[in-house]
Design a protein around this ligand. Structure first.
Ligand SMILES: *Cc1c(COP(=O)(O)O)cnc(C)c1O
Length: 455
C-alpha cells in the first residue's frame, strides 16, 4: 500500500517497536491516548498534525549537517540544504522577516544566542520579572541569563498591564544594552513600538520573545514585533503547532552594523547560533518546522487563529459570569489568567482539575503572596481546544466544568486536595465526550479506527 520509502520505514518502525520493545511501545500508546482524551487548556500547549509528526520521524534525522546551507562541514547535504532553505523562506513569508535562523534547538537557545551575539558577561539587560510573566531566559537568577548578566526587571501595574512607565525609568537609570520583552502569561497586547522608542532613548537593543503569541502575530491578530524589535524569537511548538524548536527572526535591522562595525547584526546571529551556542542542527526538526510553517501559509490557519481569539474571549467571559476575577480584566490573545476562589490555591486547582483530565497550570497573579509552586492563580489558553475545532459554546462548557470542579474542591491541611467521586466521574465523562466529538488533528486525520466519531 505504501510506495514511499519514508512511509514504509515509519510503519515498519512502529511494528518493530511493538514487537521488540513492548514496554516503551505501551508508554507511547498510553501517552497518545492521554493526549486524545484530555482537555488541554494549558496556555503553552499546541498540537502537531500527523504530517508534522511524520517528518520528525523521517530518516533525514541521520544527516549530519554542521554549518549552514552551502557552507557545511560535511558532504551529503544537498537535500538538507534545500530543506533548511525552504524552512527559512517559509518563515520569512509567514512573518514578513528579512532574516531567519531556523537552527535553534528551542526558544531558550534562541534567546541565549541573541544575548551571546550582543553582550559581554557583566553587561546589563532589562527584562520582565519572572513572577510578573517574564521567562527564565529573560534574566532569571536561576538561569544562565541571570548568572552572566547584570539584570534589572520591570513588571505589571496594579491593573495587570505592562508598566511601560517603569520600564522607561529603569532603562534610563540603568542603561541596559538589551531590553527583553514578551511573556508567558500576559493577557493583553504588547506595544512593541513603545518599547523600541524607549530603547532608542538609551541606545539599547530590543529582543521580542513572542513564543506565546507567535500564531496570532503570524495571522495578523497581534501587532508584529519583526520590524519594531531588533530581534524576534519564538518556539515552534506552542501556537505554531510545529515540532519542539526555536526561530530567530529579524526585520529592518538585519543589515544594521553591530557596534564594532565589522559585521551586521544578522551575521552576528548566524555565528552565535553556530558555532558559539550549538553544534550540528536537528535536520529532521528543521524539516518539521518547514512543514509547520507551510501549514501557517494555508488560509485555514487564519481561521484557526481567529478561533483561538474568539474562544479565549468566550472562556474569559464565561468565567467572569461565574464571578472569577480575570487578571487584566479579560484577554487580547489566547491566555486567560484568573485568581482562584478563596480557600483554594493555584496548585490545588490544577490538581483537582487533573483528576478529571482538565489540564491547566498554576500561575502567579499580580501581588501574589504565594510562591511559584503554590500560587493564587490559574492560567488557561485556547490553542489546543481551538485546534480541536471547539467553539464558543464548548468554551462555555469548559468554564462550567472548571467551575464545578473548583466549587467542590477542598484543600486539606497537608496541602492535598479532595474532590467528591460523583463530581469527578461526571466531569470526566463530560471531558471524554468533548474530546471524542472534537478529536485532535492526528486522530481526526485517520480513518475511524481510532474510535473518533464525526462531530
Ligand atoms: C515557553 C517559552 C520559552 C521556552 O521555550 P523552549 O522552546 O521550551 O525553550 C521561551 N520564552 C517564552 C516567552 C516562553 O513562553
Amino acid at each position: 500500500m505504501n510506495k514511499s520509502a519514508v512511509g514504509r520505514c515509519l510503519s515498519q518502525g512502529v511494528d518493530k517497536l511493538r514487537r521488540d520493545d513492548p514496554l516503551l511501545f505501551d508508554l507511547l500508546e498510553s501517552e497518545h491516548r492521554r493526549q486524545s482524551e484530555s482537555l488541554s487548556l494549558v496556555a503553552s500547549s499546541g498540537g502537531t498534525d500527523s504530517s508534522v509528526l511524520a517528518v520528525t520521524g523521517a530518516s533525514i534525522v541521520n544527516a549530519t549537517a554542521e554549518g549552514y546551507p552551502g557552507k557545511r562541514y560535511h558532504a551529503g547535504c544537498r537535500y538538507v540544504d534545500q530543506v533548511e532553505d525552504l524552512a527559512i523562506e517559509r518563515a520569512k513569508q509567514v512573518f514578513g522577516a528579512q532574516y531567519v535562523n531556523v537552527q535553534p534547538h528551542c526558544a531558550s537557545f534562541a534567546n541565549h544566542s541573541v544575548m551571546q551575539s550582543l553582550l559581554q558577561p557583566g553587561e546589563t539587560i532589562l527584562g520582565m520579572a519572572l513572577d510578573q510573566g517574564g521567562h527564565l531566559t529573560h534574566g532569571a537568577a536561576v538561569n544562565l541569563s541571570g548568572k552572566l548578566f547584570k539584570v534589572h526587571t520591570y513588571g505589571l501595574d496594579d491593573q495587570g498591564m505592562i508598566d511601560y512607565w517603569q520600564l522607561g525609568e529603569l532603562a534610563h537609570a540603568h542603561q541596559p544594552r538589551l531590553i527583553v520583552c514578551g511573556t508567558t502569561s500576559y493577557t493583553r497586547l504588547i506595544d512593541f513600538n513603545r518599547i523600541r522608542a524607549i530603547a532608542e532613548e538609551v541606545d539599547a537593543y530590543v529582543l521580542a520573545d513572542v513564543t506565546h503569541i507567535a500564531g496570532l502575530v503570524a495571522a495578523g491578530l497581534h501587532p508584529s514585533p519583526i520590524d519594531a524589535a531588533h530581534f524576534t524569537t519564538t518556539c515552534t511548538f506552542k501556537q505554531l503547532y510545529g515540532p519542539r524548536g526555536g526561530l530567530i527572526m529579524m526585520g529592518r535591522d538585519a543589515d544594521m552594523l553591530s557596534d564594532d562595525g565589522t559585521q551586521t547584526l544578522s551575521q552576528r546571529i548566524q555565528s552565535a547560533v553556530f558555532p558559539l551556542m550549538q553544534g550540528s542542527p536537528e535536520v529532521h526538526t528543521i524539516a518539521a518546522k518547514a512543514r509547520a510553517l507551510g501549514r501557517l501559509l494555508d488560509p485555514a490557519f487564519r481561521e484557526l487563529a481567529q478561533r483561538i481569539r474568539v474562544n479565549a474571549d468566550a472562556l474569559a467571559q464565561a468565567l467572569i459570569r461565574r464571578d472569577y476575577e480575570m487578571v487584566g480584566g479579560g484577554t487580547d490573545n489566547h491566555i486567560v489568567l484568573f485568581r482562584v476562589p478563596d480557600g483554594l490555591t493555584g496548585a490545588a486547582a490544577e490538581r483537582a482539575l487533573e483528576f478529571c483530565d482538565v489540564l491547566v497550570n498554576k500561575n502567579k497573579v499580580p501581588g501574589d503572596t504565594r510562591g511559584a509552586t503554590t500560587t493564587s492563580g490559574v492560567r488557561l489558553g485556547s490553542n489546543t481546544v481551538s485546534l480541536r475545532g471547539m467553539g464558543p459554546s464548548q468554551m462555555e462548557r469548559c468554564a462550567e466544568l472548571i467551575d464545578t470542579v473548583l466549587t467542590h474542591t477542598r484543600l486539606l491541611p497537608d496541602g492535598g486536595v479532595t474532590l467528591p467521586d460523583p463530581v469527578r466521574e461526571q466531569v470526566t465523562a463530560s471531558v471524554r465526550d468533548l474530546c471524542r466529538r472534537f478529536p485532535l488533528p492526528y486522530d481526526a486525520d485517520l480513518p475511524t479506527s481510532m474510535g473518533t466519531s464525526a462531530r
